[in-house]
Design a protein around this ligand. Structure first.
Ligand SMILES: *[C@@H]1O[C@H](CO)[C@@H](O)[C@H](O)[C@H]1NC(C)=O
Ligand SMILES: *[C@@H]1O[C@H](CO)[C@@H](O)[C@H](O)[C@H]1NC(C)=O
Ligand SMILES: *[C@@H]1O[C@H](CO)[C@@H](O)[C@H](O)[C@H]1NC(C)=O
Length: 810
């Protein structure tokens, strides 16, 4: 608040201010016109009890009503109301005795509006001005003392004390000056004749009239009154009315007649000819109205705008040929026409607005203004229906734009909200404004895999690094909130971390094998792949990827019995009395592959006597094809091939040595039996050999039979054609040759092998710590191991069971 007029006035103003504040709940300040920019008017923050520190955050600002020039501003750091632009009281308020500028202080969060009014106080910045530089008066010499001659008053744009206060007429012997007030309240001057004129003495005179105002410093203006002394009689013109009033709708076109003033003069001829002119007219009115000098018709000569001015007052002077004049006042009232559409101002907008804003969040503030008055200026606001927003009327012409529902950027990311304002004029005018609001992303969507689970099929022995499959997840969020990164969730497969089996490309979701898989080790496993977005905090989901390994025929059959070649110690004893179809032995083989790849078939590829033995294609059982005859060679040699059914198939061969004999003891040098490959060479000596061997053999059998009746012998390992297969030869994952290919995973199991119609049961209970048979490592047991396995066993004959022996191991 600026005040330079002493303590008393300050006190007076403070009193006034306090009264206004309490009466309206609003603030009123007083300011002198013509202050420099930045001059402090008052501290609104203090006066309204606002927190100075929050002014900036609450976007405090000053809005002039009607969006005129911005005269005031607010200093957000101090809360001071300051002059933002030179205020010219005369420009803004003209002659009005009181000049009040109204504006609003606006704060957001929450929306708060304070009405402020600014009393603009006059400063003596204008000097009195006479309408003309020279006033010409023609006065007859017969005029009596006391005769009055009208002089137009000087004008001073300032008001009150600063307007014209007094006139000083140059010292002269004939005239004095006095001020008069008309009925309508306007002032004019009169030149009063104090001493009669004498044309013969003085034909004319020039008098200087000075008008001074009461301001400080005092300002003045002058006019020269040129008095011409005439010697004829004259009458002044007389107006028909002292005050003329006219009504004019705004926007009236040029040359529209407003009103015609008329004055009559009693004189005749040139003396009675009346002309009219504006004697007092504001600059503003001057541009709008023109006066026909001859007819007295006032017509429109500018744009009449009710919003610029609703009432004009001018003074019209009528003058006759002698210069005698009179004055009348013309009041022109402008009527409003609904010519201004409402204007929508977007006062604030929070865009983008986060999509998780709760319903009812204020996103913007809208102000609607219509410059027309009364119902022409009454405005209703509406908003398009299909958007989740509504307008909530706030204070005065303010509306809050608030959300009515939950936003979802993934559905609608931008809104063009159209607001329409319509006034109540007739016809009504309306306007609309589109507010663009964008919705900001929140990381509210986790990545979602396109499939519920994924399966990958890979054949074993794959190359490390080969692609198994790819997973893909979508995240509709924006930028990094929707960027998906794939990774393996930690876990174990067969005791090893999953990362040693698979890797996933973080960007593409392509899954690669890290190593070569072995079907014989495991046939399938599961891993969990996580898709995580890059938001903070990130969201994630996971999916199961099942990897199925398919078999490749990469394992050849393994012959468990008889022992691999080179161990010629393994010899089967075939009783001489064996009939055709007797089970002699059995080839036992396994294949670590599965299905067709492990379906084994047995073939005799070479034999000493091709007609003597057959092998079961799938059982591997070696049987005699016919009765043994004396002529058969004692040593029989078979080469058996075991093939699987894979594509291509793999095979293994073994040799089986058979001794046609009833007594092991009669076998000479077992070791010599091996590698009897050169059978063909013996053909030539067949007859000789047969004779000698037969003779020897018959003799031998007679002796043996004799001995046998005398005493029993100790049991032998390889006894009597019964096939005993120690279970130590069987790997725990032994796949049933004819079987369904299921892997046994039990650590302990029982194996019963009944290898012939002739009973010989062996039950072995074995324990293994490792249930896997490494592919590259076949189970080998040397004959020594074999013997050891039986070393701890107690074998004893059971009475009455004949050729049946029970072995037990502990
Ligand atoms: C909103 O308006 C802008 C410009 O007028 C346009 O580019 C955009 O596509 C509009 N958006 C919608 C959602 O209609
Ligand atoms: C991602 O979401 C978070 C909130 O979850 C938000 O702050 C951030 O701006 C979003 N990022 C983008 C790029 O939209
Ligand atoms: C994987 O997803 C399931 C539900 O889909 C959830 O329960 C589990 O916690 C997730 N695991 C991890 C490690 O994120």
């Amino acid at each position: 608040m600026m005040n330079r007029r002493g303590v008393l006035q300050s006190v007076g103003f403070v009193f006034f201010f306090v009264v206004v504040h309490h009466a309206h709940g609003d603030l009123s300040y007083s300011v002198q016109e013509e202050l420099k920019r930045g001059s402090v008017i008052g501290n609104v923050a203090k006066d309204l009890g606002l927190e100075v520190g929050r002014l900036s955050a609450r976007k405090a600002r000053v809005d002039m009503e009607g969006n005129e020039r911005q005269y005031c501003g607010i200093n957000l750091r101090s809360g001071d109301l300051v002059v933002a632009e030179r205020i010219d009281r005369e420009e803004h308020c003209g002659e009005k005795p009181s000049c009040v500028l109204k504006f609003e202080l606006l704060l957001e969060n929450p929306l708060e509006l304070h009405r402020l009014s600014l009393q603009v106080q006059d400063v003596n910045d204008n000097a009195p001005i006479f309408p003309k530089d020279v006033i010409k008066l023609e006065i007859t010499e017969s005029a009596d003392k006391g005769a009055k001659y009208r002089i137009n008053a000087a004008q001073d744009a300032d008001i009150g004390k600063n307007s014209v206060e007094s006139y000083i007429l140059q010292q002269n012997p004939h005239f004095v000056f006095s001020i008069q007030t008309t009925n309508a309240g306007s002032k004019y001057g009169e030149l009063v004749l104090d001493k009669e004129l004498d044309r013969e003495e003085q034909q004319e005179m020039k008098l200087l009239l000075t008008a001074v105002d009461g301001g400080s410093p005092q300002r003045s203006g002058t006019v020269v009154i040129h008095v011409v002394v005439l010697d004829a009689n004259d009458n002044a013109p007389v107006f028909t009315e002292a005050v003329y009033t006219a009504t004019l709708p705004e926007n009236s076109p040029f040359h529209t007649p407003v009103i015609t003033v008329s004055a009559s003069d009693a004189d005749e001829g040139a003396n009675g000819e009346v002309t009219y002119e504006f004697s007092r007219i504001s600059d503003k009115s001057q541009k709008l109205f023109s006066l026909d000098e001859k007819t007295g018709e006032i017509s429109v000569s500018g744009d009449i705008d009710y919003e610029e001015g609703s009432k004009y007052e001018v003074l019209v002077e009528a003058k006759d040929g002698y210069g005698l004049s009179s004055e009348a006042k013309v009041i022109i009232d402008i009527t409003d026409v609904n010519d201004n559409a409402p204007v929508i101002y977007l006062k604030s907008l929070s865009s983008p607005i986060p999509e998780n804003a709760s319903p009812g969040t204020e996103v913007g503030i809208i102000n609607v203004q219509d410059r027309d008055s009364e119902s022409n200026g009454q405005v209703r606001c509406s908003i398009q229906q299909n958007a989740p927003f509504k307008l909530v009327p706030s204070i005065k012409n303010y509306y809050s734009l608030v959300t009515t529902g939950q936003l979802d950027r993934e559905l609608v990311s931008d809104y063009n909200i159209t607001i329409t304002a319509t006034d109540e004029g007739s016809p009504p005018l309306s306007s609309s404004k589109t507010v663009q609001l964008s919705v900001a992303d929140i990381n509210d969507n986790p990545p979602v895999f396109e499939e519920q689970s994924y399966s990958a099929y890979v054949t074993e022995n794959n190359k490390p690094g080969s692609t198994l499959c790819s997973v893909s997840a979508r995240d509709p969020d924006w930028r990094q909130n929707g960027t998906v990164i794939y990774s393996l969730l930690p876990g174990e497969v067969n005791g090893a971390p999953v990362s040693s089996y698979l890797s996933v490309n973080g960007d593409t979701g392509v899954i690669h094998a890290v190593r070569s898989f072995d079907y014989e080790q495991f046939r399938s496993f599961k891993v969990h792949v996580m898709a995580r977005d890059n938001g903070s905090p990130p969201l994630s989901s996971n999916v199961t990827v099942s990897v199925f390994i398919s078999d490749v025929n990469d394992n050849s059959p393994q012959i468990l019995y008889p022992a691999p070649e080179g161990n010629s110690f393994m010899t089967e004893l075939v009783p001489k009395a064996a009939h055709g179809g007797s089970l002699v032995s059995k080839v036992i083989a396994v294949d670590a592959d599965s299905g067709q790849n492990a379906w084994l078939s047995y073939h005799i590829v070479k034999s000493t006597d091709p007609g003597l033995f057959t092998i079961g294609v799938h059982s591997g059982e070696i049987r005699t094809q016919r009765d043994i005859s004396e002529s058969d060679s004692m040593k029989q040699n078979l080469i058996v091939a075991v093939k699987d059914n894979g594509q291509p198939s793999l095979s293994a061969t073994c040799s089986m040595y058979l001794l046609i004999s009833d007594n092991l003891a009669e076998v000479p040098e077992l070791k010599d039996i091996s590698y009897d490959e050169k059978n063909s060479k013996l053909t030539s000596y067949l007859i000789i050999a047969l004779v000698s061997v037969s003779t020897f053999f018959l003799t031998f059998i007679i002796i043996i039979l004799g001995v046998r009746f005398c005493r029993r012998r100790k049991p032998r390992l390889l006894f009597d054609g019964a096939v005993a297969i120690p279970s130590a030869y069987l790997p725990p994952n032994y796949a049933d040759v004819d079987g369904t290919g299921t892997l046994r995973s039990t650590y302990n199991y029982d194996a019963y092998l009944t290898t012939g119609s002739r009973t010989s049961d062996f039950k072995f209970v074995s324990s293994y710590n490792d249930n896997t048979l490494p592919a590259d490592q076949t189970l080998r047991k040397s004959p020594t191991d074999f013997a050891d396995a039986f070393g701890d066993c107690d074998a004893s004959p059971e009475v009455g069971t004949g050729a049946t022996y029970r072995w037990s191991c502990y």
